[in-house]
Design a binder for this molecule. Sequence first.
Ligand code: ADP
Ligand code: MG
Length: 262
Amino acid sequence: MSSLVVSDVVVTFGGKRALDGVGLAAPLGQVTGLIGPNGAGKSTLFDVICGLRKPDAGRVALNGRDVTRTGPAARARHGMARTFQRLELFGRLTVRENLMVAAELGPERRHAAALVETILARLGLAGIADQSADALSTGTGRLVEVGRALATRPKYLLLDEPAAGLDGTETLVFAGLLRALAAEGTAIVLVEHDMSLVMRVCNPINVLDFGAVLCTGSPDEVRTDPRVRAAYLGALDDSDATPSGAASTSDFATVGGTPPNV
Ligand code: ADP
Ligand code: MG
């Protein structure tokens, strides 16, 4: 059963539609991908899902319950947690303290300290637990954000480009973590530009382009969909039409094995 269901979401910024009737379903126990060129509306959709932005139209349901009119705190109580594309850590606190703040607000607040140590170990952060967050590299900071989200014991976890800044080996370890979290029953929605990571762990994958879902399917279906290839790569045919920050050919070369024919 689909656990997080978003339907017909519309968001307008100054007359421009950033989201134009977007829907997606994220089942428990799976990593659902949300990809698309920069500006497609991915982070705005996360804002709507977690309650930071009220949509002009549409609804968000958790396990069949309509939460569209509730705020972020209520959704957190239903088990929702997210990370941000731009790091939102408490810079003056240590890594451990960043996780403690979240754990003390979550359902396991009475066992917060033990929970935090478990998460630090799981994310490979135990060795830097006493470092101040503002001294971390971007990649490590993102892992701390993931740790902070996990400290609330989420059932629905929204990750906005969590692997940006991780190297190849760290990304592989992170892929294993995502799979393990999903296997424990979490519904994960992953926004990520690293196509090889997305293709490795996500199913289904939703492709967003100009505020609308272009296609939803398995990694194979998405990889071979001509509309997806056009959205990502068509810009290379005509540089004037380049969507800002469209994925590079190398993103797809690592996915399909063969370079795109453009
Ligand atoms: P993505 O995360 O896919 O890169 P965003 O959701 O950040 O895309 O942005 C979608 C569109 O909405 C873009 O055109 C962006 O400029 C616009 N946008 C996002 N946030 C705001 C805002 N707070 N005010 C005005 N426009 C915004
Ligand atoms: Mg974004």
